[in-house]
Structure formats: C-alpha cells, structure tokens
Design a protein around this ligand. Structure first.
Ligand SMILES: [Fe+2]
Length: 346
C-alpha cells in the first residue's frame, strides 16, 4: 500500500481508542468506599532518564520492522504521587481475595480488576498517562483494547524458593510494570531484564545454561509508584526470588499502538489458561475486530485506482486477518498453553 505522505494524513489514519465495555461481566461489581481517581492528586509524572532500544538489545532491523517502535525498555519513571500509591495499595489489598493461580509461572495473580475498582479503571484508562507513555514509546498509544490486560496485579509467592515471576516475555506488546509496594523494603524480588534477544534466551534454555549474570539488568526503583516502560513481548524479564518474606505487589498496565499496521503480538493461548472465558472470549473478539477496523479504515482511505486485482485482494485479506485469527482461536477446543522460559539458574 502507498506510503503515508504527511503527518496530518498519518494522524487521520490512526485508529481511535476502543471504548471500555458499558456493562460489567456477570458476577463483577465495583468495590465501594474508594477515593475517586484524580490525575492532579494521584499522578506525579516524571520521565525516565534513559532507555534501551530493541537495536541495543541486539534485534535485527528486520525484526524491528515487525514492531510498532524501536523502543525496548526504559529506566525507572515516576507515575504515582504518594497519595496515588496509598490508594492503589488499598485497592490491591481489597481485591486480593479475588487473586488466582497463574499456573507454573506466577503463584498469585489478579486480573479483570478494572471491573472491580473504579479507581484502577480510571487510572489505567487515564488519557494523561497514555500521552505520557506515547512520549516515552515515541508513538501514539492508547490503553489496551483487551481490558483484562489493564491493571494486572502480581503478588509474592508463599515459597521463597519460587521466583515471583519466571523469565518470560509478555503476552502483549506494550506495557509498564509498577512497584505498588515499596521496593526499598524488599530484599531480593527485583524486576530484572535480559540485555539480549528472545532467540538468545531460547538458546540458553535449550542448552540448559543459566542466564549470564553480567547481562541481567536490575533497575533501581527509587520508591513505590515508579514504573519501567517496556515493549514486553520483545524484552525477556522476570521478578526474581525474594530473599525474605515480603508483601511485594506490582501492577502491569497494557497499551496498544493507535497505528494498527504492525502485526499484533498479543497471545491468546497463554491467557486462555488463566482468564475467565466469559471475559476473555468477547474481549479477544473486540480487540481483533478493533485491529481490523483500523486496517479497513486505512484501506478505504489509501487504496489507489488500479486494475491489479491481486493487490486489492491481498489488501482486503490483510485487513481482515485479525478477525480470521480470532475466529480460528475461538474455534479451538484446547485449554491453551503458557509460554515462558523458566528459572534459567544454575
Ligand atoms: Fe512481564
């Protein structure tokens, strides 16, 4: 398809953010007595001082061309004020009773919270935060079109021999990880990422090798309410083992590029193992329909006059590919499968 000519045209072709569902799923209700989210009171945005690109991690130009941005992972950035941290921690504690097993990878996780906490919903959907992240990613982004990927909490495992979260890439492309509990109070349990590519980690795993320690980065979070921004499907990361018991709480919030041309990195099989299907199935369908909508809009705007039927057919097929994928995913009867690397220790 024709290359976009100008910024104004490019903006015109950006998809608009998906609307949040107007009704709650059966069995969900909002907790009462939460403060109302107020960006002026609860945010304290400070940009990260540095970031690492996919290039820096060792990805090829060809691999990067399949991604919406060359951005890899940021240094710590501040998101919440002290007041914001306090409210979010209280909400996390009220919601903890709904946490479930994340299978082998994570012991306790909590998803679907934007249907249980108005504060969390409004924080995760906040346009000020989306603008802040757009600046960091260098592309326009919006809160993720799958609400299950908004406001995901991880809690510490009971067993100190178990990593908080094993080495993995995320099941979505763009997200941040926030320290909700105070990282200065915990011993061990750091958020860490690998300075390299997924292919390298797969080779390490296949050869039963430990991760090379000199290539593991443990960013220093100055306090609670700080985040690391990442292209989570490209950066291999984990929550390491705690050395002492601690109520470690982190929150992950997902985003999507508003330019829907890049291939969708979101994985269905992984989340099928952990998410309630009454939420996941329609959310997956809406997400994929939203992606196809963006692609169809672009086709409507850009398709040139031509008698090249094959070009037109290919463009139409490409535009509806996401919907076709959703139909095939939803037609599968399997229970899904989690993809991660494991502990990769000696
Ligand atoms: Fe992750």
């Amino acid at each position: 398809m024709n290359k976009i000519k100008s910024d104004s045209m490019k903006n015109k072709l950006l998809n608009s953010p998906i609307s949040f569902p107007k009704t709650l799923p059966d069995g969900y209700h909002y907790i009462e007595d939460e403060p109302v989210y107020d960006p002026k009171k609860h945010l304290a945005l400070e940009y990260p001082k540095d970031s690492t690109s996919l290039n820096d991690l060792g990805y090829s130009n060809q691999e990067i061309s399949m991604c919406p941005t060359n951005f890899g992972v940021s240094g710590p950035a501040r998101l919440l004020s002290d007041e914001g941290v306090k409210v979010l921690m209280q909400s996390a504690q009220s919601l903890r009773k709904y946490s479930s097993s994340g299978g082998e990878r994570i012991q306790y996780l909590l998803r679907g919270c934007v249907y249980r906490s108005r504060f969390l919903r409004d924080l995760c959907l906040c346009p000020n935060v989306a603008d802040f992240l757009s600046e960091i990613y260098g592309i326009p982004v919006a809160p993720h079109s799958i609400p299950l990927h908004l406001g995901h909490f991880n809690f510490a495992p009971d067993d100190l021999n178990r990593a908080v979260d094993k080495w993995h890439t995320d099941t979505i492309g763009l997200d941040y990880v926030m320290m909700v509990s105070d990282p200065n109070q915990q011993v061990g349990g750091q958020f860490q990422y690998f300075l390299g590519t997924k292919k390298e980690v797969q080779e390490i795993k296949d050869n039963n090798q430990p991760m090379p320690e000199d290539r593991i980065i443990s960013p220093h979070f100055p306090g609670a309410g700080y985040i690391i921004v990442l292209q989570g499907n490209m950066v291999v990361h984990r929550g390491s083992k705690l050395k002492e018991p601690f109520d470690r709480v982190t929150m992950v919030n997902g985003y999507v590029p508003l330019d829907t041309e890049s291939p969708d990195p979101s994985r269905f099989a992984d989340v099928k193992t952990v998410d309630p299907h009454q939420l996941l199935f329609p959310e997956w369908a809406r997400h994929k329909a939203w992606l196809s909508k963006g692609k169809l809009n672009r086709l409507i705007e850009e398709l040139p006059f031509t008698d090249d039927k094959d070009l037109i057919i290919n463009e139409l097929k490409n535009a509806i590919q996401d919907v076709e994928t959703a139909i095939s995913d939803l037609s599968e009867s399997g229970s899904g499968e989690q993809n991660f690397y494991g502990d990769l220790e000696k």
